[in-house]
Ligand binder design. Sequence first.
Ligand code: SAM
Length: 272
Amino acid sequence: MPPSPPASRRWSTATTADRAVGLGVSTRTRGAYEPDLPTGADKTAKVRSMFDTIAPRYDLVNRVMTLGLDQGWRRTTVNALALAPGMVVLDLACGTGDLSTMANRRGYRTIGADLSWGMLAANRTGEPALQCDAANLALADRSIDGIVCGYALRNFTDLAGSLREAARVLRPGGRIAVLEVAAPPRGLMRNGHRIWFERVVPVLGALLSDADAYRYLPRSTAYLPSDVGLRRLFLDAGFSTVGRRLLHGGLSQLITATRAGLPEPPDTRAAR
Ligand SMILES: C[S@@+](CC[C@H](N)C(=O)[O-])C[C@H]1O[C@@H](n2cnc3c(N)ncnc32)[C@H](O)[C@@H]1O
């Protein structure tokens, strides 16, 4: 068995087996090879129009490119909330609503939110959904018990602001479970994954849906902060007990956290 990472790199509440496979995320050095990726308003516009375009065949391509494994990862994500049935769960960047469907099956009431009208139009869950940016949710403070978010972090233009919004709408003690792409940390699996994700997926996407969008998909991992940086963002946004697990040896990752108590008002802090 490979050695566990040093204690300084362990920020997860993951199992020993999860730790043993390491903590690497990206298949490439973030940002370094992707100087032309859009940022700011250009990124928001590109992401929205890309998802509008691919919405009709989004589910099909997902099943093909993950060989159906994504459904199990989604189930694990919903289970990680571990809330009581009847609680209200926000499916953040819900897209076509796969996570909402699983959350409904587990007895949660769901509400979706997504930037892309095309994705919301392809959402057949029948559950309420809002068209809005994750960084500006049209929801009241502390009105939500749990949040699930699938494969969307790297698409957010304002990731830190979106995590702060998630913390704002969650009640203290509420839970968040975020599913994201990852890469196996080492060995044959890492090489096989790289070939699949960077060479095969763009071809499958071009055949089944839209070539530009599925060329962009592997490149968009460059937006993901390092594992440590991502943990910092969750903590700074107001979450505690931040944990991370690699799924299927690192084909995806699951980040979980709990909404900490409300931050002190700034004047209380200044008075100390
Ligand atoms: C890869 S899809 C994932 C959809 C769904 N969560 C799933 O698991 O299949 C990413 C989704 O994030 C949405 N999205 C991207 N940027 C967003 C933003 N700033 N605010 C809200 N939704 C956003 C996209 O419209 C798209 O539906």
